[in-house]
Design a protein around this ligand. Structure first.
Ligand SMILES: [Zn+2]
Ligand SMILES: [Zn+2]
Length: 413
């Protein structure tokens, strides 16, 4: 059927299939779209338009991440949501709606905070990442994760009737972090210092946006994605900036920051095939020792987890192991004297201490995550491959064929 299409495109309108008008574009390869695994972070105004475009274009493997539930005020900017969906998960509702737009599409969702609750394996699964976010903190996390797992990501940002879209390719600075200035870091530092606040308490101000600007910017983002998988020139390390009052636009060039902390890509990823729920930290540590051929090493976590709450007044400690961002201010107070307790984080394991007997899952880290094992002379990344099915759901059934134009996968799984 494929070969017939190319002959009949111009002459035989009777044989048009769903995507035949797209194929009229000379370089178009529908199969590339069908094979591309897309991670969409954020199912708000931008995310809705991104997912809508992906479904219309015939993408077939989409994972949508969003923590929030649908509110009435989302309905003016979200084509995939209906008033009956109020109170439902944004990510799930968007996934179901995407499958209604294109029935051959498989969409799965994670109702989760991208920074604290999504394993790096999810980034590794994706061929490309599309961001529909409203804060720097999540962008920075995606940027670092995408670099580590060697994946391109396409960011969108909207405010009022203005917006911008930009493409960041791993290993090719400038990256998102390179673009951050002093004001950005001040805002970030403020948010990151509050690790005793829940996600709800962290919610920032509401950004004024319209469905028209989200349509424009998400359109550019997804079009850049299509170009990227076809090997066409994209806005790599640049931003397309649209100003809505006078309909002017320009392309902003960023410069590389030599001190940027994002420029780290895992060079070797090995898989651990047991689920993290039945793997002890010591078991993983021994596996790392074997892989590196070294006794002494440090097993680094993908992110900080809250290890203990310590009361400065009475000195009592409580061990908790919870993701940063999940402990409320009320929980943070000492039950004895109501003092606000200090948070002790932990972010690695060196083979000693009672923590080793815990399962990897009970450390407060997400499923399908990656650990980095470092010895004096070498390092490897260990992917918790055993969690794959649990996290990816129906998307886990697809094989690992990567569209050829996407930057090469890192060695390993
Ligand atoms: Zn950078
Ligand atoms: Zn106390």
């Amino acid at each position: 059927m494929e070969s017939l299409d190319s002959i009949t495109v111009a002459s035989d309108e009777l044989q048009e299939d769903r995507f035949s008008r797209l194929r009229l574009i000379g370089w178009w390869d529908q199969e590339k779209l069908a094979q591309t695994k897309v991670l969409v972070v954020g199912a708000g105004a931008l995310g809705n338009e991104i997912v809508k475009n992906l479904a219309l274009l015939g993408f077939r493997q989409i994972l949508i991440v969003d923590l929030d539930n649908i509110e009435n005020s989302n309905l003016s900017r979200s084509i995939l949501f209906r008033s009956r969906d109020i109170g439902q998960s944004k990510a799930k509702t968007a996934a179901v709606a995407a499958q209604e737009v294109f029935e051959d599409l498989v969409a799965h969702h994670l109702q989760a905070n991208i920074i604290h609750e999504v394993g790096l394996g999810v980034f590794g699964w994706a061929d490309l990442i599309l961001g529909g976010l409203d804060n720097r903190e999540a962008r920075l996390w995606i940027n670092r994760s995408a670099w580590k797992m060697n994946r391109p990501w396409i960011d969108g940002a909207i405010q009022g009737i203005d917006g911008l879209a930009r493409v960041f390719l791993p290993g090719q600075p400038p990256c998102y972090e390179c673009t951050l200035g002093e004001t950005d870091w001040q805002i970030l530092a403020k948010r990151m210092s509050c690790n005793l606040l829940t996600r709800e308490e962290m919610q920032g101000g509401r950004v004024p946006t319209t469905p028209t600007i989200s349509s424009i910017i998400a359109g550019v983002q997804v079009q850049e994605a299509v170009k990227l998988i076809h090997g066409l020139p994209v806005l790599s390390g640049k931003a397309y900036r649209f100003e809505g009052l006078h309909h002017t636009s320009d392309v902003v060039e960023y410069t590389e920051n030599q001190e940027c902390l994002s420029h780290e890509t895992f060079s070797r990823i090995v898989s651990w095939t047991k689920p993290s729920s039945t793997t002890s930290l010591d078991e993983l540590f021994k596996f790392a020792q074997h892989q590196l051929g070294a006794e002494k090493l440090t097993l680094e976590f993908s992110r900080d987890v809250i290890h203990k709450l310590v009361c400065p007044q009475c000195g009592r400690e409580e061990e908790i192991f919870a993701p940063v961002g999940t402990v409320s201010e009320a929980r943070g107070r000492c039950p004895q004297d109501n003092q606000m307790r200090e948070v002790k984080n932990v972010h690695n394991y060196s083979g000693q201490g009672p923590m080793g007997a815990r399962t990897v899952r009970s450390l407060g880290l997400p499923a399908f995550d990656v650990f980095v094992a470092r010895s004096m002379s070498d390092e490897i990344a260990i992917l918790m491959e055993g969690d794959r099915g649990e996290v990816l759901g129906p998307l886990a059934q697809f094989d690992d064929a990567t569209p050829s134009a996407i930057p090469a996968r890192s060695p390993g799984p």
